[in-house]
Write a protein that binds this ligand. Sequence first.
Ligand SMILES: Nc1ncnc2c1ncn2[C@@H]1O[C@H](COP(=O)(O)OP(=O)(O)O)[C@@H](O)[C@H]1O
Ligand SMILES: [Mg+2]
Length: 295
Amino acid sequence: MLPIVSSTTLWVIRSSTTQTLVSGTCSCTCLFLSDHLKPASLFDILEKHVAFNAAYNSGEREAENASTCLEGTREDVIRKISAWVQGNTDLPICWLQGPAGSGKSTVAHTIAKQCDDNQKLAFSFFFSRSKLDRSDTAKFFPTFAHQLAQFFPAIQLSMQHALAGDASIPFQRLDDQIKKLIIDPILTIKEPISMIVVIDGLDECGGDEGLVQKLIWLLVHPTPRLPFRFLFTSRPEPHLEQTFASPSTKSKTCFLALRDFSAHDDVHHYLQLHLSEVRDRENQLMRDVPRPWPS
Ligand SMILES: Nc1ncnc2c1ncn2[C@@H]1O[C@H](COP(=O)(O)OP(=O)(O)O)[C@@H](O)[C@H]1O
Ligand SMILES: [Mg+2]
């Protein structure tokens, strides 16, 4: 039996079983170390700083009807991004831009799922301006670390070591967070590995414009040293265009604008499919409508 020692933040009380010793006017609480104190896992430490709903496949996104592209739609842009994923260029950044409602998140979701199915997706974060945790830059790097540690367990020890030495990392400025949670741990890995990160809706990231510009810079700047390729999507907003137009970022970026890909066939395909469903469902009502319908 040992008295509780609160020397390190890595140790947490997992059981409420305590024993109080009373001696004269002095009382102290003792715990049995063997079963009741266990090292908190990396995931325990990060948990309260993580935006779990930001992942492409979160239940919250599914409830918003977020999904992959309808089969047969957006084939050209998906083919281009898939080729970039496969490494057809040395450019580590891909920026897909388009106006609101043009289908950026749906394309990003499709790519994230493909990468996930092929064990290439290290991290996905889908910003949403209407959700507190999904627009909070403070949650971005802990969420990155949490997903990366699951995808790539070899990194867990160095992440855990960093957090054991300094539990305040999730509260620090973004520069320190990325260095201590992502860059330093990944640089301890010697084996060659290539990973994809999908970040959707930069324009939906909360805080001021300078903060999201900084976030992009922090991710893009160290890319030559890191095994990540980043797919970003956003509306073409001036502060984001300015960031991607800066020479050091531009030289690393594959630019794709959804307006350059015709959606005519996609809309035709979409209407065909859904109107055929209506026809089949309302067969009786539509019995006098000449076929084929829709023509
Ligand atoms: N290729 C597609 N297949 C099926 N639905 C789509 C497709 N593209 C867009 N949508 C639908 O259109 C709406 C807007 O798409 P979204 O990807 O959210 O646009 P953005 O991210 O550009 O604002 C969503 O309801 C989405 O499900
Ligand atoms: Mg979107």
